[in-house]
Write a protein that binds this ligand. Structure first.
Ligand code: CMC
Length: 435
């Protein structure tokens, strides 16, 4: 079977043979190099054919070995390992190492990696000063985005993105400082003093410490909740070429320091159609108010009044495997925290939607954000912190995508094309003749 595609241009009758590029195996995707389309022209001065793909619905922007999603079958893997197995057997820091380095760490590699992350958790004291300038009701995601960008000013050497050692330092710093900045943003919003990192605790234990420590000498994280948070972090660590990963790669392709690129990725994540959806799910469940109002609410969503938050996905046309894990994990959390009353509304909403023709026809299933919010809320996180809880673990994924892009010789500055639909050249209209 020849690995080519033959295209006939019916305008000219010419045929073109275009090579096919495959992923690891043909089943992992086949694509044509879009630049080859440029050869398709009606005349010599014709620009050549472009492919038109708003919102990148069917365009591979890169080759990547980090993550893989089979949306039809509801499969997610990081570096070849299934999300189910990683969630059951690994820790978040192990998974972050895997995503960034391609292999699970050995004992000594994990020890060194953990030491490096743990010893970069402090932020410069000046960070506290400008954080104090935000309004008390500032959304923590706004604080997070701008503070990540501000780190750029503390580490000017990080602009040297072609130096692997410098990149490595930035990676340690970023993964280490995300929980610290996020916790500071939360403490600022509730008017509590900032809590410094306590390096004897685990990554998630320390995060809980910085968020919730009050007057006790030592904060002891609840081991069940610490573990649940760690699993949540694993589930959110990467999701291949989504909106925020694309922002990371796109901004990073002009070679700014990684703090600015990560701030851009976090900003992309903030939107309600992406990582901001978990916050919106909770607001939606509160708005519905009780189980008996679910049917009416679904009707309004079907009528196009709004979307059901936490439902649907560009890639998954099946149950999001992350949502499945979360649904199973929820009872474990509620044993410690008490049941979240919103769970019954969520279960009813899922049941009605999954049986409804509108949702069935469009393959709209619950996504990761549907159950994560209910768990976060039961754990005591305020709703506005939910997108932040997505951004912290996703940092590993963003950085892996960024690093992969930087060393990929086929990548250049990201610069899409357009199909121009505006005026042809026009004669200038002087002021007295306008209107
Ligand atoms: N509720 C009701 N209808 C929906 C929904 C929804 N949540 N999502 C999609 N649809 C409908 C949409 O109206 C369209 O219908 P029609 O064909 O009649 O016009 C059809 O399904 C296809 O929708 P689309 O907008 O073409 O799909 P997309 O791939 O562009 O959007 C999405 C994907 C996730 C933005 C969308 O499903 C959505 O807005 N969901 C709600 C927000 C949400 O939960 N986002 C979190 C995504 S998972 C976390 C992450 O990785 O970011």
């Amino acid at each position: 079977m020849p690995d080519t595609l033959t295209i006939t241009d019916n305008r000219t009758g010419k045929t073109y043979e275009i090579p096919i590029i495959y992923g690891t195996y043909p089943k992992y995707g086949a694509a044509i190099p879009a630049m080859k389309l440029r050869e398709i022209k009606v005349s010599d001065d014709d620009f050549g054919m472009l492919s038109y793909d708003p919102a990148f619905g069917n365009t591979a922007s890169c080759k990547s070995a980090v993550g893989f999603i089979d949306g039809e079958r509801g499969i997610l893997r990081y570096r070849g390992y299934t999300i189910e197995e990683l969630a059951a057997k690994s820790t978040y820091l192990e998974v972050a190492y895997l995503i960034l380095h391609g292999e699970l760490p050995t004992d000594s590699q994990l020890e060194e990696w953990t030491w490096n992350i743990t010893n970069h958790t402090m932020v410069h004291e000046n960070v506290k000063k400008f954080m104090d300038g935000y309004h008390h009701d500032a959304h923590p995601m706004g604080i997070l985005v701008s503070t990540i960008a501000a780190l750029s000013t503390f580490y000017p050497d990080s602009r040297n993105v072609t130096d692997p050692e410098e990149r490595s330092r930035s990676i340690y710093r970023m993964i280490a400082k995300m929980p610290t900045i996020s916790a500071f943003a939360y403490r600022h919003s509730v008017g509590l003093p900032y809590v410094y990192p306590y390096n004897k605790l685990s990554y998630c234990g320390n995060f809980l410490n910085m968020l919730f420590k009050m007057t006790e000498v030592r904060y002891e994280p609840d081991p069940v909740l610490e573990k649940v948070l760690d699993v949540l972090f694993i589930l959110h660590a990467d999701h291949e070429q989504n909106c925020s990963a694309n922002a990371m790669r796109s901004v990073g392709s002009s070679l700014p320091d990684p703090y600015c690129s990560t701030a851009a990725a976090a900003a992309a994540l903030y939107g309600p159609l992406h990582g901001g959806a978990n916050e919106m799910v909770l607001r939606m469940l509160r708005e519905i108010g009780s189980k008996d109002k679910v049917g009416e609410y679904v009707k309004r969503a079907k009528a196009g009044e709004f979307r059901l938050m936490g439902f649907g996905h560009r890639v998954y046309k099946n149950y999001d495997p992350r949502a499945k894990i979360l649904k199973e994990m929820a009872p474990k959390v509620f044993e410690v925290t008490g049941k979240n009353p919103l769970l019954d509304i969520a279960l009813e909403l899922e049941k009605i939607a999954l049986e409804d023709d509108y949702f069935v026809k469009r393959n709209l299933y619950p996504n990761v954000d549907f159950y994560s919010g209910i768990i976060y809320q039961a754990m005591g996180f305020p709703v506005s912190m939910f997108p932040v809880l997505f951004a912290i673990p996703r940092t590993a994924g963003w950085l892996a995508q960024w690093q992969e892009m930087l060393v990929d010789e086929e990548q250049r500055i990201a610069r899409p094309r357009q199909v121009y639909t505006g005026y042809d050249t026009r004669e200038y209209v002087p002021m007295e003749k306008r209107g």
